[in-house]
Design a protein around this ligand. Structure first.
Ligand code: NAD
Ligand code: UDP
Length: 326
């Protein structure tokens, strides 16, 4: 019988965190979800509340919490530019102080700890696609720095705990991921375009739409998280995870309009400062060490995501900040 572990998922009520909690609960683990619901809502996890192996705690990771656990996943952080820029000082605190608190818990309990890092550590990259060895081109004083530099500092903390205290760490650099349970007002490109297409509103393309991103479906990514956590102890990362299919933002808009069958027009708005021009993961390390690569093609993943968006009532979702159309 597989070993039952007590596992904390910080940010566990979010888009990725709630799916991770589901996978861990299905595997029979004792799951403790910590979340302050800044960019999510209880509804994402309410279907698990009656399970005896799931527990939900409203908690902000900037404050310490005393728990006895075997594994920790740190996903707690606003992830969309508009929301992480709303209170940039708090965003930086979440990555730095929040990581220190969770790393302290890992050290005290001897627990294994996973960090949801990001492709944003590469900034606006001069190397394409981006391998983990690339050190990035981040503007340390720009509007995205609170997130990018926060996640970079969190990686530093994880590796310092690993070197200094032998903490068992796993660092995953996540590239743009989408799927059911994305907050409809989180302001990211996939959720914005689907919401706009479904309601017949204009599709807001920032810049000329020639910037690229590579979009990974949620289930593929979370499978990668589980494999990284289960990998041998020398596979600490950082390890890229994302889909290698690269699309311009204009192409993404056209596909979503077509799949929704919408009459929405594409409109062009100014490009936000420091918006990366190209992004595509090099996933050789994930393939080699975890035998992992994404399976769900973009159109199939978008169809599932659109189907979920058709089932929700928009008025049940509170925009986390006014910045979902930034
Ligand atoms: P999300 O906003 O849905 O999830 C983040 C969760 O963290 C939310 O439930 C939010 O309420 C919670 N949270 C925020 N601040 C907190 C705090 N101080 N204390 C406790 N909980 C807090 O976003 P997501 O897409 O599920 O992202 C999860 C993680 O993955 C984030 O750390 C994000 O930076 C990282 N990531 C995501 C992507 C992506 O494309 N989805 C890409 C790169 C990195
Ligand atoms: N974007 C856009 N319209 C929107 C939201 C985003 O054109 O309504 C663009 C944004 O400028 C960026 C890309 O889509 O070039 C991805 O944006 P997102 O916020 O999803 O993620 P990130 O920039 O962090 O990769």
């Amino acid at each position: 019988m597989p070993l039952i572990k007590r596992i904390v998922v910080a940010g566990g009520a979010g888009f990725l965190g709630s799916h991770l909690c589901e996978r861990l609960v299905e595997q029979g683990h004792d799951v403790i979800c910590l979340d302050n619901f800044f960019t999510s809502q209880k509804a994402n996890v309410s279907h698990m509340l009656e399970k005896s192996n799931f527990e939900l705690i409203r908690h902000d990771i900037v404050t310490p919490i005393l728990l006895e656990v075997d594994e920790i996943y740190n996903l707690a952080c606003p992830a969309a530019p508009g929301h992480y820029q709303y209170n940039p000082i708090k965003t930086l605190k979440i990555s730095v102080q929040g990581s220190i608190n969770l790393l302290g818990m890992a050290k005290r309990c001897g627990a294994k700890i996973f960090q949801a890092s990001t492709s944003e550590v590469y900034g606006d990259p001069e190397v394409h696609p981006q391998p983990e060895s690339y050190r990035g081109a981040v503007n340390p004083i720009g509007p995205r720095a609170c997130y990018d530099e926060g996640k970079r500092a969190a990686e530093t903390l994880f590796f310092d705990y690993h070197r200094m205290h032998k903490t068992n760490i796993r660092v995953c650099r996540i590239f743009n991921t989408y799927g059911p349970r994305m907050h409809p007002f989180d302001g990211r490109v996939v959720s914005n375009f689907i919401r706009q297409a479904l309601s017949g509103q204009d599709i807001t393309i920032f810049g000329d739409g020639s910037q690229t991103r590579s979009f990974c479906y949620r289930d593929d990514l979370v499978e990668g998280f589980l494999r990284l956590m289960a990998a041998p102890d020398d596979v600490v990362g950082p390890i890229n995870m994302g889909n290698q299919g690269e699309y311009t933002i204009k192409e993404l808009a056209e596909i979503i309009v077509e799949l929704v069958g919408s009459g929405s027009k594409l409109v062009y708005q100014p490009l936000p400062p420091d918006d990366p021009t190209r992004r595509q993961p090099d996933i050789s390390l994930a393939k080699k060490h975890l035998d992992w690569e994404p399976k769900v093609p973009l159109r199939e993943g978008l169809e599932k995501t659109i189907a979920w968006f058709r089932t929700i009532e928009m008025e049940h979702f509170r925009p986390p900040t006014p910045n979902y159309q930034m």
